[in-house]
Design a protein around this ligand. Structure first.
Ligand code: ZN
Length: 70
């Protein structure tokens, strides 16, 4: 199964394979924890590499589809 990662301006977006996920991360998209061993992705700001964020694939993709309610 292929996930299309949507790059974001100013970010380096990388895929984290299950064997690379060796700790628990908090997904900023849904505020849920990702247990070790779960494949996900990380978005790294190019100008602030320390502020990397780990996302579920689905949450990363869904965040761009959110439209303001009006
Ligand atoms: Zn999530």
């Amino acid at each position: 199964m292929v996930f299309e990662l949507e790059p974001e301006d100013g970010h380096d977006v990388r895929r984290i394979q299950p064997y690379q996920a060796n700790k628990t991360y908090l997904c900023p998209g849904c505020n849920r924890e990702m247990p070790p061993g779960l494949g996900h992705m990380v978005a790294i700001p190019l100008d602030a590499p320390d502020l990397r964020r780990h996302w579920h694939y689905g949450c990363w993709q869904a965040r761009r589809r959110r439209k303001p309610l009006s």
